[in-house]
Design a binder for this molecule. Structure first.
Ligand SMILES: *Cc1c(COP(=O)(O)O)cnc(C)c1O
Length: 421
């Protein structure tokens, strides 16, 4: 794309360029991040941002929507094909917005919901008191078993029988094991609840058919489009046929105004990419990379929650090292590796400190890294976390990170030239 921002607004242009260089020269291990394609960014950076299109394709409140209608219809059709969903709404601005609409489509303020505890892997929007979901609904929680650190479905059933929720939410932000949607549906049926699956993290793995799908089990399924699905930042709601009209009117006029047509075009591009065979290869490498990373850090004396991973992420328990997640995040960042502190099950430290970090492989797999690279990175992580105050060690890993990342392209980003120095 011709870029004139450098002359029209050098301040913002410089911020963008410096962020490009940061992304280019660091190892991105934040499990919820990815690098979207240049094609997606071109759609998102297009004139579609100018268009108001309240309503749905063919049923808009404004004129001039005939062209953008095609973008939204394409995004919907591609999403249906990708996930096998009966009904799709691609308008939610984010994963959290998709969740607001999903709840409000089927529940009233004051209703009981049952979700996964934030501190054991769930998301803020699954009932946290600081979030709309915990303020609007009477939230109850299930967690993981203290022994296996995995979801204990018998326990979920017992809580559901006691609570009798209107909606059961499953899906997580920091859970490395396969989620059994059929088991959740059986529990929901047992207590007369609706099942709402939030696959924000694992959507790409579900699309690639390498994680069981909630479609056919959950009446409502939401996702982000920017995590493993590798599209533009945004959300989406899938539902069975009978909840489709409710979902649509809860998104608009219920919750949002005009949809972001440029982002919806970007979603269409991303879904088109995910329908290609190369996407399955990508996801299969994401999973192999996560297994290699988990194995390596365990070989080097770090404890991985639940002993490993079935998906793209893992939680590392830092308790034995005597450092907090906050400190680990800082040390890793100084060494050129970006990750986030994260609570682990039964964490004894507050959420601002935590005893864990979360690591994920979607982003570096997009840049072309393989299990061999993950073993190198896993060794570096273990080295700096074992000696977090060894500044020479951190500097030496930082230099090696710089060397390694210089061999891997970043979609849509030019390498540094003399001009950048
Ligand atoms: C990331 C995430 C969300 C929220 O997505 P945003 O786009 O950040 O609003 C919702 N649910 C789960 C499980 C997530 O991991």
């Amino acid at each position: 794309m011709p870029n004139s921002l450098g002359s029209t607004d050098p301040q913002v242009a410089s911020i963008i360029r410096r962020e490009e260089l940061r992304q280019l020269s660091t190892i991105e291990l934040i499990a919820s991040e990815n690098f979207t394609s240049q094609a997606v960014m071109q759609a998102v950076g297009s004139v579609l941002t100018n268009k108001y299109a309240e309503g749905l394709p063919g049923k808009r409140y404004y004129g001039g929507c005939e062209v953008v209608d095609e973008a939204e219809t394409l995004a919907i059709e591609r999403a249906k094909e990708l996930f096998g969903a009966a009904h799709v709404n691609v308008q939610p601005h984010s994963g959290a917005s998709a969740n607001i609409a999903a709840y409000l489509a089927v529940a009233q303020p004051g209703d009981r919901i049952l979700g996964m505890n934030l501190s054991e892997g769930g998301h803020l929007t699954h009932g946290s008191p600081v979030n709309f979901s915990g303020r609007l609904f009477e939230a109850h929680f299930y967690g993981v078993s203290p022994d296996t650190e995995t979801i204990d479905y018998d326990n979920v059933r017992a809580i559901a029988q006691r609570v009798r929720p209107k909606v059961i939410v499953c899906g997580a932000s920091a859970y490395s094991r396969t989620i059994d949607f059929a088991a959740f549906r059986a529990i929901a049926d047992d207590v007369g609840a609706l099942l709402f699956a939030d696959i924000a993290h694992i959507a790409g793995i579900v699309a690639a058919r390498m994680h069981p799908t909630p479609i056919g089990h959950a009446q409502l399924t939401t996702t982000t489009t920017h995590k493993t699905l590798r599209g533009p930042r945004g959300g989406m709601i899938m539902s069975d046929e009978s909840h489709g009209a409710l979902v649509d009117k809860t998104v608009f006029p219920g919750m949002q105004g005009g949809p972001l047509m440029h982002v919806i075009a970007g979603k269409a591009v991303a879904f088109g990419e995910a329908l290609k065979p190369a996407f399955r290869d990508y996801i299969s490498t994401v999973l192999a990379n996560a297994r290699a990373l988990a194995e390596t850090i365990q070989e080097h004396g770090l404890r991985v929650v639940s002993g490993g991973t079935d998906n793209h992420l893992m939680l590392v328990d830092l308790t034995a090292l005597g450092i907090s997640g906050r400190k680990a995040e800082r040390v890793l960042e100084a060494a050129g590796m970006t990750a986030n502190k994260n609570a682990i099950p039964n964490d004894t430290r507050p959420p601002t400190q935590t005893s864990g970090i979360r690591l994920g492989t979607p982003a570096m797999t997009t840049r072309g890294m393989t299990p061999d690279h993950m073993r190198t990175i896993g060794r570096w992580i273990a080295e700096v976390l074992h000696t977090p105050d060894d500044l020479a060690k951190i500097a030496s890993v930082r230099a090696q990170v710089h060397d390694l990342t210089s061999a891997f392209p970043l979609p849509g980003v030019e390498r540094p030239s003399a001009h950048d120095d």
